[in-house]
Design a binder for this molecule. Structure first.
Ligand code: ADP
Length: 461
């Protein structure tokens, strides 16, 4: 509204001012030219009739009076001695005129001056001796004409302009008010729709198709809303999964403990066996909790990474040394092919966790006898690549896309013997994503699985 007001009123004000001023200056200059012409003629006649020596000439006097009447002004005729020989007001007759304009005029510089405050034009016209060749100045006509009617017209113009401007201001104000309401209305609709969602009254998407812009805003908002809902659903699902997973070992322990309680005469072997099972379940519960903690830590953003430049070759060798006992227990051979020395900017702890999970899986889900896991490391100028291939049980095609989900296990009963929590690959994926890397999986059921990891050599914030 303010914009409309400024855009409407300011130019109108400027135009009004310019029009009034240009009218005034044009009217004044026209009047000046007219009076000057008349005075030039008068000056000629003055000389011709020898008025400078005989200021009683009736014809000239009558003409002077006529001119002063027409222009509502005053004429003074000043001779070479600076004496006023004619004054249509009869006030200064016989006096000596020493005004600067008259002096200037005698030296050949005719003047013309507009006094808008007192509303008159004053000018001097030289009376030249047209009879002589030198046309010397023998007198000066000092004329002042009133500009009252020019000023009156100017005032009328100004009053009309102000009136029109006033009407325009009122109209612009009303128009501005209506327009701003109409323009802002769709945005108010968006605000109330969003507030409705925030307060929980509304569950579906918002739609305000009044303008292209509002449509774009609502579309973007709806997309964000969908994402928030997905996050919300995922969180709910995650919480229920966590509860379920944490309850399972507890339920087993309860069953084991209850059956011992109900059978006080149970043999010592049974006690020992059940206590071992309870201890295993506690380990499992511990594992789930520590995996959950790792996952929560991974959920933070990339700014939480503790980046340092490390040798990936050494890192992999260290991981393999640590996993070697598990591998030999499972009868799985570990191979490491390092194609070149690779150093990269990574968070060592998180990367180790990510790689360990994948390699550990490759050992866990391997053949019972004579299995192998082959790890290879390569790099180009931008990324380093780790591939972990195993000769294991493989992953069914339908499950490949889901294995990175939290708590997802292909074969729950099988994984349970092996002792997974279903969180390992979720942790791995988060850790790699934090490094702006990627992980892909290729698997054939019964033949083996290959995980391919790609991570940038330089960390980009
Ligand atoms: P878990 O703790 O159960 O191993 P992960 O998230 O690490 O959980 O893995 C998810 C599931 O993906 C595993 O339960 C397993 O079924 C499958 N999986 C992961 N790695 C392999 C692999 N190398 N070979 C076969 N299956 C695998």
């Amino acid at each position: 509204m303010v914009l409309l007001f400024i855009m409407g009123i300011v130019p109108a004000l400027i135009i009004e001012n310019v029009v009034v001023r240009s009218y005034e200056s044009r009217a004044v200059s026209q009047r000046t030219v007219m009076v000057k012409n008349q005075c030039d003629i008068l000056a000629d006649q003055l000389v011709k009739r020898g008025y400078m020596n005989n200021p009683t000439d009736e014809v000239i006097n009558a003409e002077c009076d006529m001119l002063t009447n027409i222009y509502n002004g005053r004429i003074l005729v000043i001779n070479q001695d600076d004496r006023v020989i004619k004054d249509t007001y009869n006030l200064d007759l016989g006096k000596t005129s020493l005004s600067q304009e008259v002096i200037d005029c005698f030296s050949g510089k005719e003047t013309s001056l507009y006094d808008d405050e007192h509303q008159y034009i004053e000018m001097t016209v030289a009376i030249r001796n047209t009879e002589s060749r030198a046309r010397e100045i023998i007198g000066v006509l000092l004329i002042s004409v009133s500009t009252v009617e020019i000023n009156n017209s100017k005032e009328i113009l100004e009053t009309r302009g102000t009136l029109t401007l006033g009407i325009a201001i009122v109209l612009i104000l009303i128009l501005g008010l209506i327009l701003s309401r109409v323009l802002v209305q769709p945005f108010q609709k968006i605000t109330s729709a969003i507030e409705g969602i925030t307060d929980g009254y509304q569950d579906e998407d918002i739609s305000v198709p009044d303008y292209v812009e509002t449509e774009l805003i609502t579309d973007a908002f709806n997309r964000m809303l969908t994402r928030v809902k997905t996050v919300d659903d995922t969180r709910d699902e995650f919480v229920s999964n966590v509860s379920h997973e944490l309850k399972t070992p507890l339920a087993s322990m309860k069953v084991l403990a209850d059956s011992l309680n109900m059978n006080p005469d149970a043999p010592l072997e049974q006690y020992k066996e059940f206590m071992k099972d309870i201890s295993d379940e506690i380990d499992r519960e511990n594992q789930i909790i520590s995996d959950l903690l790792s996952l929560v830590r991974m959920d933070k953003n990339a700014a939480d990474l503790n980046i340092e430049e490390i040798s990936i070759n050494e890192e992999l060798e260290q991981i393999l040394r640590r996993l070697e006992p598990i591998a030999s227990k499972a009868n799985v051979k570990l191979y490491l092919d390092s194609f070149r020395p690779v150093t990269a900017e990574v968070d060592e702890t998180k990367l180790t966790l990510a790689l360990t999970n994948v390699i550990e899986n490759a050992i866990k889900y391997n053949k019972p006898e004579g299995g192998w896991v082959r790890i290879s490391l390569n790099a180009d100028r931008k990324y380093f690549y780790v591939s972990i291939a195993d000769s294991g049980i493989g992953i069914p095609e339908d499950d490949v896309d889901s294995i990175f989900e939290r708590f997802y296990r292909v074969d729950k009963s099988h994984s349970r013997d092996i002792g997974g929590t279903g969180l390992g690959l979720a942790i791995t994926k988060s850790a790699i994503a934090m490094h702006r890397g990627a992980i892909r999986v290729n698997s054939k059921l019964g033949e083996g699985t290959t995980f391919s990891i790609r991570i940038p050599l330089m960390h980009v914030v």
